[in-house]
Design a protein around this ligand. Structure first.
Ligand SMILES: Nc1nc2c(ncn2[C@@H]2O[C@H](COP(=O)(O)OP(=O)(O)O)[C@@H](O)[C@H]2O)c(=O)[nH]1
Ligand SMILES: [Mg+2]
Length: 469
């Protein structure tokens, strides 16, 4: 059984190529605001694991419908001859420049493709569209019409009435913003247009759902890995006796920051690949870590936990870790800068309530200094004991995932991540997350904790596919 083919047809600039990009999940489909940029019909197969589930054909815009219709009427005796007349038209005009676009778009239809007719819901309906709809009807192929609300859906109702005269099935479908569930509904609809497509498209829906679940699952592992690595990350540098500490300190912090940023970028890229985005431009500021106000407690609510949540989280993380998350020797930075001898490390005492958390609040990580046998000292920076740090990483990764899930392959704007995070977690989820983070930080049952973290993230990933309208 061969996979169905759909020809996407309509006037120039109505979003045909956008619909192809969205439904074929292909960000290489050419989309242009200039009309008439598509001159040739081009096939885009939708594949899952190498199997083609259906094929979409992007076509040039219809421009000479009236002339085509005149020819058809002049060359057809009765309604039974109409599909043949359309075939004859293509045969007779194939080599004519004047009808090149029309022949290109009618060819896949006479070859057996189903028809997806696309109009713009922000432009008024007009009788001048009727010739092209009539031609499509003459072809006798199963068809449906999509109203793409390019700027708005102001004229959707009149389009529905007009289109309804020519197409049995008419749907509003936002070519650039339709969420996955809407896309799958459309496939299901195609399955009902022609009995011979039904089983192929039912299978397509099943496989696409399965693939989506697999993508979310892989994605949550990628994010969990990124956070785990970030939590245990440390940079260090040898310091000869008598050498000044300050330059090394700066260098380490810069190195730490750069590598954390790179880890995040890699994770974003891998997640995008997972969802078949190969060419996505992304605006995201690297985490400024220690230099910005981002990690000052008062601003954290934008990214991670606010004071109240932090108290809840600090308690449960502290309970897990006992002394491991110990209070810092006071005056972290001041102490280190003031005298080389001040070793900063965790000492006894659990984080109790919020107090300990406040202490960590202004530091993303601490420096440690220890003597080495061959002389000199080893300065290290990290791993981060900042309770909010993994929440910030998670928040950013989930924002990226959510935006990715809510976008289509037709949208060529850059993905802007510099927006406020919406923290959708409740206190219970936060506590669970905090416990995972704390255990990973302290090296306790890391594999198990990472799997647990991934499963907490997976729930959030799945939720991003819940339709928003
Ligand atoms: N805002 C918005 N723009 C769209 C939408 N669909 C298409 N466009 C834009 O309209 C122009 C033409 O789109 P395209 O898909 O190339 O139309 P085609 O000529 O019919 O293939 C492009 O600039 C698209 O970005 C949509 O749903 N929303
Ligand atoms: Mg196009």
């Amino acid at each position: 059984m061969s996979a169905p083919t759909f020809a996407v047809v309509g006037r120039p600039n109505k979003g045909k190529s956008s619909i192809v990009a969205t439904l074929a999940r292909d960000d290489s489909v050419y989309i242009d605001s200039r009309s008439g940029s598509t001159r040739w019909a081009r096939e885009f197969p939708m594949q899952v694991n190498g199997e083609t589930l259906y094929t979409l054909v992007d076509t040039p815009g219809i421009q000479r419908a009236r002339e085509v219709m005149d020819w058809l009427q002049a060359n057809c005796r009765d309604a039974s001859q109409r599909p043949q007349a359309v075939r004859d038209f293509v045969e007779a005009h194939r080599s004519e420049e004047r009808f090149a676009d029309e022949c290109q778009l009618l060819q896949p239809i006479v070859d057996g493709a189903g028809i997806i007719y696309v109009v713009d819901g922000s432009c008024p309906y007009g009788a001048d569209y009727e010739a092209e709809m009539e031609i499509l009807r003459w072809s006798g192929r199963p068809s449906l019409a999509l109203i793409n609300p390019i700027d708005n859906d102001d004229f959707a109702d009149e389009w529905r009435d007009g289109l309804g005269q020519y197409f049995r099935t008419v749907r509003l479908f936002d070519a650039q913003r339709a969420q996955v569930t809407r896309q799958l509904e459309l496939l299901d609809l195609f399955g009902h247009l022609d009995p011979s497509w039904q089983s192929s498209l039912a299978r397509a829906v099943t496989l696409l759902n399965r693939e989506r679940e697999e993508q979310h699952s892989q994605c949550s592992l990628l994010i969990a890995d990124m956070i785990s690595a970030a939590l245990t990350f440390q940079v260090s540098q040898k310091l000869p006796d008598g050498a000044p500490l300050e330059p090394v300190r700066k260098l380490l912090a810069a190195n730490y920051r750069e590598r954390q940023a790179k880890r995040e970028r890699n994770c974003r890229r891998q997640v995008e690949e997972l969802y078949h985005y190969h060419d996505l431009k992304r605006n995201e500021q690297a985490l400024a870590l220690e230099e910005s106000d981002l990690f000052q407690l008062d601003d954290w609510y934008l990214w991670g936990l606010n004071r109240r949540s932090l108290v809840a989280v600090a308690g449960s993380a502290g309970a897990v870790l006992g002394g491991g998350f110990g209070l810092m020797v006071d005056g972290a930075t001041g102490g280190l800068l003031g005298g080389l001898g001040t070793l900063i490390s965790g000492t006894a005492g659990a984080v109790t309530g919020g107090v300990g958390a406040w202490k960590y609040s202004d530091e993303i990580a601490q420096y440690r200094l220890k003597g080495i046998p061959t002389g000199g000292k080893q300065v290290s920076y990290g791993p981060s004991r900042n309770l909010n740090f993994p929440f910030v990483l998670l928040g950013r990764a989930l924002l990226h995932h959510r935006l990715l899930c809510h976008r289509t392959h037709a949208d060529r704007s850059s993905l802007s991540l510099d927006t406020e995070l919406l923290d959708q977690a409740n206190d219970d989820q936060r506590r669970k997350l905090a416990r995972c983070f704390a255990r990973i930080s302290s090296g306790k049952k890391v594999e198990e904790q990472r799997a647990q973290l991934a499963s907490l993230i997976l729930d959030r990933c799945r939720a991003h596919d819940t339709p928003t309208n």
